[in-house]
Ligand binder design. Sequence first.
Ligand SMILES: NC(=O)c1ccc[n+]([C@@H]2O[C@H](COP(=O)([O-])OP(=O)(O)OC[C@H]3O[C@@H](n4cnc5c(N)ncnc54)[C@H](OP(=O)(O)O)[C@@H]3O)[C@@H](O)[C@H]2O)c1
Length: 299
Amino acid sequence: MDQGRLIVVGGSGVIGTSVVNTARQSAIPVVATAHRRTTPDAIKFEMISGDLTCSIPDIGNQDTVLILAAYGSPGWIFENQAKARELNVDATVRLVKTCQDRGASVFFMSTDQVFDGRDGGYTEEVSPNPLNLYGRMKVEVEDFLLSLEGNHCVMRTGWNVPGDPDSHCAVKDAYHHLLSGNARMAYDNLINISDINDTARGVVELAKLPDRPKIVHLAACPAVSRTQLCEWIIAESTFGDKMSFEPIRFSELTYSEPRPTNAWLDNGLAVGSLGLTFTPPEKTVRAKVRLLDALQRVN
Ligand SMILES: NC(=O)c1ccc[n+]([C@@H]2O[C@H](COP(=O)([O-])OP(=O)(O)OC[C@H]3O[C@@H](n4cnc5c(N)ncnc54)[C@H](OP(=O)(O)O)[C@@H]3O)[C@@H](O)[C@H]2O)c1
């Protein structure tokens, strides 16, 4: 990156926190922005009404701006379409234009939800075909960024598992469902389950590269079915004997909008060409279960 900074917009979120910590450990100059969860280490920045050049006046062509600030719940986005568009599309495109005007590179974090989920194992070459509004909004920004000249990169990821017991993730959700006694889990719904620190390391390694790929998938493979995830949780948890689930087809679950059944991302470019590594999903799941068990014993 040649002395440029990694400016993390959304540095107080789950992925942002991990990226900022990883960058600091790698001695990469990093600046984090926060909106509501401000800390002395972060610059306050509100993306809808604010201008990043007011918060970071010297932003320039050595810098890379990682855009993480967004609404990420497909259900919430469907219910709050205007509000979601304001942040996830309008403010994001404005921020990309600001970066482009200053000559800064942009990393945009997108999602597996840009794919229709008919095939699974999506590589960077496959064209998106989103089924829901969250995915369509991500594609709008992806397309805009990809239309620009510059050293920009669209990053896509699947479910990330943070190493704290409080943040919501696929493992925590499943763990609590399994304890509820009425869990229904789809055996044909395949997802990536990644250790968030591996995703963060991927971002930081890409920031160091003078030439970045236009699109890269940052996710652990192989894909995991929801039922396999549950079997690992039950096997690892000391509360496993209190957990149960009914295996179902994904189509039996009702959502306000369609969800892709099998949208998992292939990580061949990240691993094979860029040399990134990802913890095997089973190891990530079992480590998270041990954390959740410790919390469950206290409560
Ligand atoms: N987590 C995953 O597994 C996952 C999977 C696929 C894709 N993604 C994508 O990755 C990105 C980051 O996800 P995440 O899970 O880290 O999200 P998150 O934990 O919800 O964090 C969102 C971040 O955005 C900031 N933010 C929210 N509204 C803002 C606004 N109006 N102006 C400026 N900043 C604002 C938040 O700041 P405050 O908290 O300080 O208010 C926070 O730092 C998202 O684009 C998401 O779609 C995440």
